[in-house]
Design a protein. Structure first.
Length: 391
């Protein structure tokens, strides 16, 4: 565990941050002018120090991939090469394989109902036990949690096979009953606090499409208790929906890769597809019982680029993030914001905030928007200025 604070002499060195140029062209749904320039943190304030555990090429491709703010107010950031960083508002603490992580490549982070922090990595699952680490005199430790399947469906003997020792975990979710779900390369698993089960082993699930639910990128339990899954590479199953009995899937605009799912304040389920912008499902407009997915007004750049994330903040503003375009030299990465409209069919006006290649977004308790980017960059947008929190 490495801790960085304002007394570290390394903070006396600042790197110049270079912005990508904004996209060319004008359209009526987006302001092309970037409204805020990035500034670097003054000398003496804390930063996320990149250790570069990988080679130079990988270091440039690595990113701040995920994160959360825990019940105590700490910010946690998972990277795809430098392990996990915790920020307490004053200094960063870096957790790596030396502290118990099974790898320094982290894909997802979850805080459970009792305050434990779970890390999904390229190799499996690790957990930071909040009760142990908050105890006086206890050192901070991270424990590896092996996925060992307990099969309660004895008439399916072929399903007794155990997951591989190394199994990438792309997404995690804790449902209203307290069960934790893990989307992995191999299967979708559920943990009840004591044992793991393979979700699709349950013979009561109606799965006529024979969905595999491999490589689930994101999971959401909506207010009605339905579970939505966003599929990723390997399976390419689009949007999968589970109502407690039947498992079905949808591929609006033939999109097979879904990176983020949110339930908006106006009652819609929004899906960030990789290359076709955002689509949504509206329960209030469902008159036939079928699932109809409509297009969400989106800056046209997203239809040529790589959409990575969507966030609705406390005020109802929708934030959309992208990392790059499809053609060499594209500078389509960035962050766009659009106020919430009570008219669901109204055309939105999007304002571009920055050109950085963004993978991750988080709104903290103080209404700041944190951005994780390529090159293991970390930035905070306070609604006026984008500030760098990485070296």
């Amino acid at each position: 565990m490495i801790k960085y604070n304002s007394h570290n002499p390394a903070y006396s060195l600042l790197l110049v941050l270079i912005f990508f140029t904004s996209c060319n062209g004008q359209n009526k749904t987006q302001s092309q002018e970037i409204v805020n320039e990035t500034k670097t943190i003054p000398v003496g304030q804390p930063k996320l120090i990149k250790n570069h555990f990988t080679n130079r090429y990988q270091a440039e491709a690595d990113n701040v991939h995920c994160g959360l703010q825990d019940k105590a107010g700490n910010l946690w950031f998972g990277t795809t090469g430098d392990g996990v960083y915790r920020y307490d508002g004053k200094s960063f603490t870096n957790f790596t394989m030396k502290d118990g992580l099974d790898t320094n490549q982290i894909f997802c982070i979850l805080e459970d109902k009792i305050g434990n922090i779970w890390f999904g990595s390229r190799s499996g699952i690790c957990r930071y036990d909040a009760r142990l680490n908050d105890s006086v005199g206890q050192r901070q430790t991270i424990t590896k949690i092996p996925i060992t399947v307990t099969n309660s469906y004895n008439f399916y003997p072929s399903n007794n096979k155990q997951p591989p020792a190394k199994n990438a975990v792309w997404s995690m979710m804790q449902d209203k009953m307290g069960n934790i779900w893990f989307g992995t390369d191999e299967d979708l698993y559920c943990f009840n606090g004591k044992t793991f089960t393979r979700f699709l082993d349950d013979p009561a699930i109606i799965n006529k499409s024979r969905l595999t639910l491999k490589s689930v990128q994101y999971m959401l339990e909506d207010k009605n208790g339905n579970i939505w899954f966003g599929s990723g590479p390997m399976a390419f199953e689009g949007i999968c929906f589970y109502d407690g009995k039947t498992l079905t899937n949808f591929k609006p605009k033939n999109q097979q890769w879904v990176r983020k799912i949110i339930e908006s304040k106006d009652g819609r389920i929004l899906f960030a597809t990789r290359q076709a912008g955002i689509c949504y499902y509206d329960f209030s407009a469902d008159q036939t019982g079928g699932k109809i997915f409509n297009s969400f007004p989106t800056p046209p750049e997203f239809f040529n680029g790589s959409l990575t994330n969507i966030l609705e903040d406390k005020a109802g503003t929708i934030w959309i993030a992208s990392d790059y375009g499809n053609e060499p030299g594209d500078t389509l990465g960035g962050l766009w914001g659009s106020g919430l409209s009570t008219d669901k069919t109204a055309e939105r006006t999007f304002t571009k905030i920055t050109n950085k290649e963004i993978f991750f977004m988080l709104e903290d308790k103080d209404n700041n928007i944190w951005l994780g980017t390529r090159g293991t960059g970390l930035y905070r947008y306070d609604r006026k200025t984008v500030t760098a929190f990485s070296e």
